[in-house]
Write a protein that binds this ligand. Structure first.
Ligand SMILES: [Zn+2]
Length: 107
């Protein structure tokens, strides 16, 4: 049986901290060492899977799910707004596309 999760369990907290650190490293390295940056993203995702830590909406905007490249707007990803579907479409340099819904304007 799985170990009961308590608020005192430090592992998810450590995992989240490591994920954020790796994603920051990835962003810093993407121009100089793109392969290393992809490896950092891969490790961050592996930690999230292993410890069942949800990445959350904000972190999902930070890298490509297909090629693990950290996204830097204006460098390796294009962002276009689609009014019809109310989505921001992120197009990675590898060709993968990902849409993120944006909220409706207040009337
Ligand atoms: Zn990609």
């Amino acid at each position: 049986m799985a170990k009961p999760k308590t608020n005192l369990d430090p592992l998810p907290i450590i995992a989240k901290r490591r994920i954020d650190t790796l994603l920051v490293f990835a962003k810093h390295e993407v121009r100089e060492h793109p392969d290393l940056a992809k490896r950092y993203v891969q490790l961050a995702r592996a930690i999230a899977t292993r410890h069942r830590v949800p990445l959350g909406r904000e972190r999902k905007h930070l890298f490509c799910k297909e090629c693990n490249a950290p996204w830097v707007v204006g460098y390796n990803v294009k962002v276009r707004l689609d009014r019809t579907s109310r989505r921001a479409i992120y197009t990675c340099a590898c060709g993968a596309k990902k849409g993120f819904a944006y909220s409706k304007p207040a009337h």
